[in-house]
Design a protein around this ligand. Structure first.
Ligand code: CA
Length: 425
């Protein structure tokens, strides 16, 4: 597609912006500190207030429920049928199109519903009932397996047959920008006879993405792999903060527990699968062939470029420490959802399912400090002279991700979090 055929909005959008008319992600925001929260979509440097459009009847022909955009979460909108989500997207794309005078030439309406993003306060977009974290990168699973169990037992025998996951903690899923208090817990050094207690010394990030359930399924009724996409509302960036020393001591035999339950950060804008559609890419070949319930008609993933940057307390600049891509994952989101529900487990609107750390095949594409520094044995040297084995107090971690189109980007913004020292008590 040549650039002059790319759909444009009457709102000026920089070509590097994550939020052109092709994206239109959903979020919850407050126009100012004193206003109640409501739903919006991002367009360039503005947020379009969907509650205003809803009040004025723009969606009355397609949404019978009232006030789906005036709540403090997107859940009621997310629970609607996929076809309704597509219709709302069509209305928004039409309304923002440079050739449509309806909003473009209505100064009063523009004033009412378009708010500069730097004035808005972003809020948690979803009421999350349940959170599950997968482990779907073969490279990550292999790297961690080598470090925790040795090369011979790196990939467990089940890994190539099913998407491994654990049930996480929804209560500590937080919005980008919230600080992370260094967790305390029980650890045991290899050389120590008995465990000890104190602040984690091996605090880490995990570069992940996650998807939100739109319409759920009834208990006892699995979601078939070829229908899974109909139940997925959209995706966000995820940082699954991890305490490696706590993890190492506690994880046998039931997997991670306290090492993962103190914080999981998400980006504020949910990018729909409709917006990601042009960026489908061929998936990694799966060998051995999965069981039939995990085989989908078309094997696809998404080409989403992912960058991780670190900003230390000593520096004004952030430094890129990893570059990965969502398409590196071995198990795709439809397989994850089909597997999660195959027992009849019911998903509810707003449930969050994260990918697991997205590591690529090369060292500069690993998605955690554990792998980037190989357990701390090979510290990262930052351009300002500092070194890191794991995250220090005052460090800020920034993950960003976007799809590259022809003359535009469909992006996720960023998910950030800063490490604060352990609380004394
Ligand atoms: Ca994880």
């Amino acid at each position: 597609m040549s650039e002059n055929l790319v759909t444009k909005s009457f709102i000026n959008v920089d070509k590097d912006s994550h939020f052109p008319i092709q994206n239109l992600p959903y979020g919850i925001f407050k126009p100012d500190a004193n206003s109640h929260s409501r739903a919006g979509t991002a367009i360039g440097e503005f947020v379009l207030d969907l509650s205003v459009l809803e009040t004025k009847g723009f969606f009355k022909d397609i949404i019978s429920a009232v006030n789906v955009f005036s709540n403090d979460s997107l859940n009621s909108f997310m629970s609607l049928e996929k076809v309704t989500h597509k219709e709302v997207r069509n209305i928004l794309q039409s309304l923002l199109n440079e050739n449509n005078p309806l909003l473009r030439d209505d100064e009063n309406l523009k004033k009412e519903c378009l708010i500069p993003v730097n004035k808005c306060i972003m809020c948690m977009p979803v009421h999350i009932g349940d959170y599950t974290d997968f482990y779907s990168s073969k490279e990550h699973a292999t790297n961690v397996g080598i470090m925790f169990r040795g090369k011979e037992n790196a990939l467990m025998p089940n890994w190539l047959h099913l998407p491994v996951a654990y049930h996480g903690r929804a209560s500590s899923v937080i919005l980008s920008g919230e600080n992370i208090i260094r967790p305390k817990g029980q650890t045991k050094a290899d050389t120590a006879e008995i465990p000890s207690f104190g602040p984690s010394k091996l605090l880490d990030f995990e570069l992940e993405m996650g998807f939100f359930i739109g319409k759920g399924n009834k208990l006892g009724h699995a979601i078939p792999v070829n229908e899974a996409a109909d139940h997925i509302f959209g995706m966000v960036l995820v940082n699954d903060w991890s305490a490696r020393d706590i993890q190492k001591w506690e994880y046998v035999p039931l997997g991670p527990f306290l090492a993962k339950n103190f914080a999981t950060s998400i980006s504020p804008w949910i990018v729909t699968l409709d917006a990601l559609e042009p960026f489908k890419s061929v998936k990694v070949i799966q060998n051995p062939e999965p069981l039939p319930y995990l085989q989908s008609k078309d094997n696809w993933s998404y080409d989403i470029k992912l960058d991780v940057s670190l900003k230390t307390g000593q520096s004004n600049d952030s430094f890129i420490i990893s570059k990965s891509n969502f398409k590196n994952l071995y198990w795709d989101i439809c397989q994850q959802l089909a597997h999660h529900t195959v027992t009849g487990c019911n998903m509810r609107t707003g449930d969050l399912l994260a990918s697991g750390t997205i590591s690529g095949p090369t060292k500069d594409s690993y998605g955690s400090m554990l792998e980037l520094t190989w357990r701390g044995e090979e510290p990262i040297k930052l351009p300002n002279g500092e070194e890191r084995k794991f995250l220090a107090d005052g460090d800020e971690l920034i993950i960003t991700g976007y799809c590259e189109g022809d003359g535009y980007r469909v992006g996720f913004g960023e998910v950030t979090g800063k490490i604060l020292p352990s609380v004394l008590n």
